[in-house]
Design a protein around this ligand. Structure first.
Ligand SMILES: [Zn+2]
Ligand SMILES: [Zn+2]
Length: 340
């Protein structure tokens, strides 16, 4: 099969022939139709994080494809099912986190495109017990970004605790942020999109339904937001991959408000202990979502409420896609289409 493979960190991916994997007893073999390209794939390619993937590795964790072979123990799926390849490839199923509905915190989890091969190949394995079927009403191209960008932001909005009618701000309106705005609106929230000064993503934020967009100087976002929202937003979802917006996010929330970081800049953030205590502020990290979150995420897309902005490309263009991603040139999400 053809695949885009990381053979060395910080080097371009190689398009090469790899063996089609054989399903183990709990696996399904998925013939890929499409896959989204996420910023996290770039971290895998660069070996940015303390725990690095073993090479060679096929990245990708927004794959959609057809089940074409089943392991001996698989009972919940059948040949021909259209399913997704999310970040959470598998978890142990019996640790403290798994048995309390927090499988994304499992310390024995495997991650698609990182610790196991992912969706940048024509075929990939997926643990059937962690596999979610794509509803027939949802186009695979629309479904692909929902398996990471969608579920990550939908879950973060749930974690934020913002209720219908309350204000939330979405910091960074790229692959994750633009979908976050659509989910926040679908969940009945009032939404502020926060983008870099005069950035084109401000237009995308409006198109996705943001009630207000801030594209002024980065160090004044908090104050601007407080002035327009009766003392601050109830929650902030920070999808930005830079440090500065995190401190502005803390400045923009009202008393009792919550900041939910989902972007992964490598730096630390500064937090005023005094303000946190006096204002009852909360900071809660949120990482992708569980199988249940994913089912809910896809449900929203059945009736057309969620429409990711997508540019369709081919697998051979993967290195240019990453170049564009680093240069901030991607509007919404890129989806690779394997079909002719
Ligand atoms: Zn991702
Ligand atoms: Zn576990």
């Amino acid at each position: 099969m053809k695949a885009a493979v990381v053979t060395e960190f910080h080097k371009p991916l190689e398009i090469k022939q790899m063996p089609i994997p054989t399903p183990g007893p709990e696996d399904v073999l998925v013939k890929m139709m499409v896959t989204g390209v996420c910023h996290t794939d770039l971290h895998a390619v660069h070996g940015d994080w303390p725990v690095k993937p073993q090479l060679p590795r096929i990245p990708g964790h927004e794959g959609i494809g057809e089940v074409v072979a089943l392991g001996n123990n698989v009972k919940n799926l059948k040949l021909g099912d259209i399913v997704g390849i999310p970040w959470l490839h598998t978890a142990c199923g019996y640790c403290e986190y798994c048995i309390t509905g927090r499988e994304t915190l499992c310390e024995s989890q495997q991650n698609s495109g990182y610790s196991v091969d992912g969706s940048f190949g024509e075929y990939a394995l997926m643990d059937a017990r962690y596999t979610i079927v794509v509803p027939s009403e949802v186009d695979p191209i629309v479904a692909a970004p929902l398996f990471c960008a969608g579920v990550t932001t939908y879950k973060a909005l749930k974690v934020s605790g913002v209720k219908p009618g309350e204000w939330v701000s979405i910091v960074g309106v790229g692959g994750l942020g633009h979908v976050a705005i659509q989910y926040a609106k679908a969940m009945g929230m009032k939404v502020i999109g926060v983008v870099p000064p005069n950035d084109p993503s401000g237009k995308l934020a409006k198109e996705c339904g943001a009630d207000l967009v801030y594209d002024g100087p980065g160090d004044q976002a908090g104050e601007w937001i407080k002035e327009r929202t009766q003392g601050g937003v109830q929650g902030v979802i920070v999808t930005a991959v830079a440090k500065a917006p995190f401190s502005q996010a803390l400045k923009s929330i009202k008393r009792g408000g919550k900041v939910v970081p989902v972007g992964l800049p490598p730096e630390s953030m500064e937090i005023s202990i005094f303000d946190t205590v006096l204002n009852g502020h909360e900071i809660a990290g949120s990482i992708v979502g569980t199988r249940k979150d994913l089912i809910e995420t896809l449900d929203f897309a059945r009736n057309g409420q969620i429409k990711p902005v997508i540019t369709v490309k081919k697998l051979e263009e993967i290195n240019e896609i990453f170049d564009d991603m680093l240069a901030g040139k991607i509007n919404g999400r890129v989806v690779i289409d394997y079909r002719d």
